[in-house]
Design a protein around this ligand. Structure first.
Ligand code: SAH
Ligand code: SF4
Ligand code: F3S
Length: 457
């Protein structure tokens, strides 16, 4: 294969971000060089997302732009589609005005060098085969676009849950867990590279299970916490149906497991949840979040919500609103339902909530959530947190941004601090999305925790 420059543009969830790092690694092993701009690349990859209609339309637009770029610059650049859209629409992609040269699904990245050779010889190349085993366990991801402070590590791939609205089981295939030793090795490597925060990723992390070593998700989190007391750990996403209680105790006991849980509800109404094939009731979900708050004092919670799912009535929508008031989430990711091909909902139900009603319900949900967050953040004023500095803030390089252990964005004046510092800060102001703080002193996870215990005693 000719040595060439490549550029990857990544859409979708953190799993895709993590996958792009695996692709980086595979291509660099084969003598290719990553570049920061599509204009500098011989090969442009778009790592795609299918989760909602608008995620896909964004990618289509981008592919058309790259196509025009390709035509302007001659035939020398290759455009390839990676990720979740690959599986779904490979045929359409290759036919449609020959928009792309290469289509590679999420389990076929090892095949990329061979496929690029095929493209070199003037053919189109496709591999969208899903796998029962592939976890890329032995591949060391190359993190080209990080702040050097926070990293994602994929611990499992695929999903077997088959929520009726969701396309992921079709785009990413069956669930499989990565061996625990390969995960711990990667964490140690990140430690040696100076990373301070790691998020362990999977579509349904509770069902992580490494057969070889008989390791459950809770045990994996414990083992991760022991890699380094000064690296803090998060995970995403667990499922409410079987959240392990043991893990709540482990989070509470280990200072470097963050007091923050993303726990997707999707809806606050039991009938809707049943149509969504989410096997828990409103009451069970509420009991779970209460247990989280009991076992981990001060835990912050976030969620995912879908507005306007098939047959959703006004009353069912109001149940979602009231669930969100009850739980008092610190953050929420809120979406209007978007019908996806091949899903159970598409086959079995009608997408019958009119667009304007979906939009209105979504807006009500968002507006209420912004008010809740503002109220919650108001209560933060005067409190102390341990913040991990991520880098300069978006608005000004005189300011730094970072997150509390509870995953809230904090802004403060720069002074002499830098990315990777742990700071004890006191909150002085807030908006619905951001906290503003003053620095008390440079600190560490261990230091902050001993002082906090002293204060409590
Ligand atoms: N595996 C994760 C979710 C991955 S998708 C989990 O179960 O938590 C992220 C979010 O996108 C989902 O939680 C859901 O809220 C939303 N989503 C998924 N399919 C959707 C659809 N068809 N329409 C609208 N939102 C959807
Ligand atoms: Fe989709 Fe449900 Fe799997 Fe999450 S758990 S990826 S929502 S099928
Ligand atoms: Fe999108 Fe695939 Fe993630 S559909 S949300 S990129 S798993």
């Amino acid at each position: 294969m000719k040595p060439r420059n490549f550029y990857i543009e990544t859409y979708g969830c953190q799993m895709n971000v993590s996958d792009s790092e695996i692709v980086n690694s595979i291509l660099m092993e084969n003598g290719m060089e990553p570049v920061d701009e599509p204009g500098e690349a011989d090969v442009i990859f778009v790592n795609t997302c299918s989760i909602r209609e608008n995620a896909e339309s964004k990618v289509w637009n981008r592919l058309h732009q790259f196509k025009s770029m390709q035509e302007e610059m001659g035939e020398n650049i290759t455009v390839g589609v990676l990720g979740c859209m690959a599986e779904r629409i490979r045929d359409k992609m290759l036919e449609k005005k020959q928009l792309v040269d290469l289509v590679v699904g999420p389990d076929a990245y090892r095949d990329l060098p061979k496929l690029l050779q095929k493209v070199d010889s003037g053919q189109k190349a496709v591999n969208v085969q899903l796998s029962l085993e592939e976890t890329y366990a032995d591949i060391k991801p190359v993190r080209t676009s990080t702040n050097g402070v926070s990293a994602f590590v994929t611990i499992m791939r695929g999903c077997d849950n088959m929520c009726s609205f969701c396309v992921v089981p079709f785009t990413r295939g069956r669930e499989r867990s990565r061996p625990v030793e390969s995960i711990l090795d990667e964490l140690k490597q990140l430690r040696d590279q100076g990373y301070k925060e790691v998020t362990l990723l999977g579509q349904n992390v509770n069902s992580y299970y490494d057969e070889e070593s008989d390791t459950s998700f809770a045990e994996l989190m414990y083992k991760a916490s022991q890699v380094d007391p000064e690296i803090r750990f998060r995970f995403s996403s667990p499922h409410p149906k079987d959240f392990p209680e043991e893990l709540l105790h482990i989070i509470n006991e280990q200072p470097n497991l963050c007091n923050y849980i993303h726990i997707p509800a999707q809806s606050g109404n039991t009938d809707v949840l049943e149509r969504m094939r989410r096997p828990y009731t409103r009451e069970e979900y509420l009991a779970l979040t209460e247990k989280m708050r009991d076992i981990i004092p001060g835990v912050s919670l976030s969620t995912d919500i879908i507005a306007g799912f098939c047959d959703e009535t006004e009353e069912e929508h109001r149940d979602t609103m009231s669930l969100m008031r009850k739980v008092q989430y610190d953050q929420a990711f809120m979406f209007a339902y978007s019908e996806r091909g091949r899903t159970l909902a598409q086959r079995k139900y009608e997408d019958n909530v009119p667009e304007d009603v979906k939009k209105r319900r979504l807006n009500e949900i968002i507006e209420q959530q912004m008010n809740i967050q503002e109220q919650l953040n108001k209560q933060e004023v005067g409190r102390r947190h341990l913040m991990l500095v991520e880098g300069p803030s978006k608005k000004s390089d005189q300011q730094l941004c970072g997150r509390t252990d509870t995953n809230k964005m904090v802004i403060l004046d720069r002074n002499d601090f830098e990315a990777g510092d742990y700071l004890e800060v006191e909150i002085r102001d807030y908006t619905a999305a951001t906290l503003f703080a003053d620095v008390i002193e440079k600190s560490s996870i261990q230091e902050f925790n001993t002082t906090r215990e002293k204060v409590v005693v």
